[in-house]
Design a protein around this ligand. Structure first.
Ligand code: ANZ
Ligand code: ZN
Length: 816
């Protein structure tokens, strides 16, 4: 009988006593670093969806162990940040207490599933021994000028009462609590991640083992754009407005210029502006709107003309009006655009609304006029349609553009940029969508930013030997909402002499965002107790990069951008030696509820793994989650499916209780199973690996199997069902843990089909092909050939002079 409780207890105890999963530092062995995105230890505990990715990495880890690799498969806790703090506030417990309790619970749950985690390497981002190094990284960035203070308006969540980075938003709302985001000007620490934009983009090429979808999301997030900077002189002023455009070829159609409401030039121009009051009112009005609200294509465009100010189009020398409008963002390009209503949708709807001239300067390319084939005619027709629709946004040939008329968009941009550069009023320019990383939070539960503000010296880094700056214990950790963190209220903590001039100083009271600790944690697992450096150089060279990284797709642009950036920074200061931290990346598909909805308390469809393990066993849970469907797809939970897997394991258990140790022929079917399961695990096709194991059992159960073959089969099962496999392996009389045994390798000779197609020739002419056993003898082949229809026709009554037999290929019968 398959008594899962008994064998789980038994093997958990034995594995822990023998320290089976302790990672060794034996650097002579080849290594595999296999990593899960570590969880926030939330109060709700695990549901069955969480461990799906961990099960997959555990399966790969176990196979790699058996293939002779030194495997690092660690686990830890991402425990700072808003989720942990909001939970603590909700339950009125101190975050520290709540986190400690939640971690214990999580760990207990994980241990039940039977993972290979080496808990001696466990890390926790809220542990001062850990965050000391997070602070150290910040100090290095500060020293290199990559961390700076900014007073730009930032995203502000009125409910979480903190500033947020763009990465924390989802459709203009707070990713955590779904509140609508406001813009709020306040002092912030910002990290100059944009300095690494190009490198982050270029190095995506190195990530050959990442899924394309995630790479595409990263490219879009970085958003590189090649264009031109153009200066538009203000006709009655000494200043000029600089715009960024990707379509310089349309400049003859530029009929006005637009500044973002937050553009710094506005205050300079203000005395000249005749409608000052209205302008100021408009600026006030747009202040709170987020970028997303402002730029949506469907959103009605609003704006206001700066009366008394006009700009000069450098190509046409025309005087054109200047507007401010919130569809232009202060934070992109130069915060100003040249508006071309005939060729840009947003400018078009704005021009319609404010009755501004629309001048066509681009026509579809010439091929539409001289169609060469059916395709061209179709393309031409499509183009005609677009021209009809007033706003033609594609490239083409220039018209109404002085001596550039007739030139293609591409060529025109080159020539126009050349001219601008010669005149000294423009130049080529690359911009990025990626913004600098807003790095401070006005909350309690985060790493203190290790800075001291001095009236004389400005911001000064805390000396490294004074790290960590401990997060003080306090009574009231609720957000203040004033834009100051609760730490600001602890006067005795805040007041400290300046490390540089010894004058009076004040500690920085903002804390770091939760992304800080997770941006480099994979390094610390390699050397968790090092008190001298973040990571020992030798260990870094051995373990890095991470060979396999698995986690949720929601991190495609957040964590994975930050971590890649952080890694590149650490490389620049010699802490790590690789360009990229993660070699191979897979995203895990969600497990939905039995009702096809996302598992949530709200729907009452959450399934707790503890319950499943209690009733069906950890092995069943593991194998079922891998059997549900392709790994990266989201699939719904099915109790029937789970029961099916349980029955399969019972069948295996029964089979092995009755199995006699019979010597048998090499079993080709086993070797095909070995090959398929190995390849499938390698390629993350766990569901087909499981079905291959099932097919083998169904086909072989009634036949004989040698002890060796039976052991090989159990080894294939072992990564999926470690408890049952270990038990059966022992039952077969093997010594030692199955996980210290060697992974089976398929015998290539046995992989060929059991049957082949034999060509039958009579007098060297092909007459027939027969499907025969691969090992058929010459005599048997001849008998078959004689007896088939064609054989009878050609051979009856003939005298056979000679027979040529090429095993597995052909039989040639020569007659008189
Ligand atoms: C004139 C023009 C004509 C434009 C045309 C487009 C089409 P990407 O490709 O995303 O980089 N732009 C520039 N700065 C902006 C800002 N701060 N806020 C809003 N829009 C801004 O987009 C570049 C284009 O976006 C630029 O090229 C500019 O409009 C606009 F037929 O200039 B274009
Ligand atoms: Zn000072």
């Amino acid at each position: 009988m398959f008594d899962h409780k008994k064998i789980e207890e038994k093997w958990k105890k034995k594995w822990s006593e023998s320290e089976l999963y302790k990672t060794s530092e034996n650097q002579d062995k080849p290594k595999q670093y296999i990593l899960d995105m570590f969880p926030y230890p939330s109060g709700e505990g695990l549901h069955v969806g969480h461990p799906k990715g961990y099960i997959a990495t555990d399966i790969v880890s176990r196979m790699r162990m058996m293939q002779g690799f030194n495997v690092l498969h660690p686990m830890g806790w991402d425990a700072f940040g808003l989720p942990a703090e909001n939970y603590a506030l909700k339950t009125k417990t101190h975050p520290k207490t709540a986190v400690k309790k939640n971690i214990e619970h999580f760990k207990q749950q994980l241990e039940k599933i039977g993972f290979t985690y080496d808990w001696s390497r466990e890390i926790n981002t809220t542990d001062p021994k850990y965050y000391r190094w997070t602070q150290w990284c910040f100090l290095q960035m500060f020293k290199k000028g990559l961390a700076y203070e900014s007073y730009e308006p930032i995203n502000w969540c009125p409910s979480c009462k903190t500033g947020l980075a763009n990465e924390d938003l989802e459709g203009g709302r707070c990713e955590r609590c779904d509140s609508e985001i406001e813009r709020k000007p306040m002092r912030q620490w910002v990290i100059k991640i944009t300095e690494y934009a190009e490198q982050l983009l270029q190095d995506i090429k190195q990530l050959t083992e990442w899924e394309d979808s995630i790479k595409d999301m990263q490219r879009a997030w970085i958003g590189r754009s090649e264009g031109t900077l153009v200066k538009f002189p203000i006709s009655n002023f000494k200043f000029s407005i600089e715009v960024f455009t990707t379509r310089l070829d349309t400049i003859y159609g530029c009929t006005y210029v637009v500044l973002a409401p937050e553009h710094e030039l506005i205050s300079t121009l203000l005395p000249e502006i005749k409608n000052q009051k209205e302008v100021q009112k408009y600026i006030e009005h747009t202040k709170k709107k987020t970028d997303l609200l402002r730029t949506g294509i469907q959103k009605e465009k609003t704006g206001i003309r700066l009366e008394g100010v006009s700009a000069l189009n450098p190509f046409t020398q025309e005087e054109i009006p200047v507007f401010i409008a919130d569809y232009v963002l202060g934070s992109y390009g130069t915060g100003a655009v040249m508006a071309v209503p005939a060729h840009d949708e947003r400018d078009f709807s704005f021009a319609k609304k404010y009755n501004l001239p629309i001048r066509k300067t681009i026509t579809p390319p010439a091929l539409a006029v001289f169609p060469r084939n059916a395709n061209d005619i179709a393309a031409g027709a499509a183009h005609e349609l677009r021209v009809e629709s007033e706003c033609y946004t594609l490239e083409g040939d220039l018209v109404n553009s002085d001596h550039y008329s007739g030139v293609s968009s591409q060529k025109a941009r080159e020539k126009m940029t050349e001219w601008l550069t010669q005149q000294g009023i423009g130049e080529k320019k690359v911009t990025y969508r990626l913004r600098d990383w807003v790095f401070s939070r006005q909350r309690y539960w985060g790493e203190p930013i290790p800075i001291i503000h001095c009236e004389t010296c400005g911001p000064v880094g805390v000396p490294e030997d004074q790290l960590p700056v401990l997060l003080p214990e306090i009574e009231h950790y609720e957000p203040t909402g004033t834009g100051e963190s609760p730490l600001a209220a602890i006067t005795e903590w805040v007041t400290i002499p300046c490390p540089s001039c010894k004058g009076p100083g004040k500690r920085e009271t903002n804390t770091m965002p939760q992304w800080a600790g997770s941006s480099w944690y994979y390094l610390r697992y390699c050397d968790p107790d090092n008190i001298k450096t973040l990571i020992d150089q030798k260990k870094e060279t051995y373990w890095l990069p991470v060979d396999l990284y698995v986690g949720g797709a929601e991190h495609a642009t957040r964590h994975l951008i930050y971590a890649r950036f952080w890694h590149k920074f650490l490389k620049s200061i010699g802490v790590v030696s690789t360009d990229e931290p993660f070699k191979r990346l897979y995203h895990v598909g969600l497990i939905m509820g039995e009702d096809n909805r996302k598992m949530s308390k709200r729907w009452g469809n959450v399934i707790n793994p503890d319950e499943i393990i209690g009733r069906f066993g950890a092995d069943t849970l593991r194998m079922y989650e891998m059997f549900m469907g392709p790994f990266s797809n989201s699939t719904s939970w099915s109790t029937d499916g789970l029961v099916g897997v349980r029955r399969f394991l019972e069948r295996v258990d029964n089979w092995f209780s009755e199995l006699k140790n019979i010597k048998s022929q090499p079993n080709p079917s086993l070797h095909k199973t070995i090959q398929k399961v190995t390849d499938d695990i390698e390629n993350f096709h766990f569901n087909t690996a499981v079905s291959t194991l099932m097919i083998f059992v169904n086909e072989t159960r009634t036949k004989e199997l040698s002890k060796e073959d039976a052991s090989s089969f159990i080894k294939l099962l072992a990564p999926f069902c470690p408890f049952l496999a270990e038990e059966l392996y022992e039952r077969l009389g093997n010594q030692g843990s199955i996980f210290t045994s060697t992974w089976p390798v398929a015998d290539k000779n046995l992989l060929q089909d059991a049957h082949i197609t034999l060509v039958i020739q009579i007098n060297s002419k092909v007459r027939e092909t027969l499907t025969v056993d691969v090992n058929i003898s010459k005599e048997d082949a001849l008998a078959l050939a004689k007896n088939c229809e064609i054989g009878k026709k050609w051979l009856d009554g003939k005298n056979i002079k000679n027979v040529i037999f090429v095993p597995k290929k052909l039989l040639n019968i020569i007659t008189d």
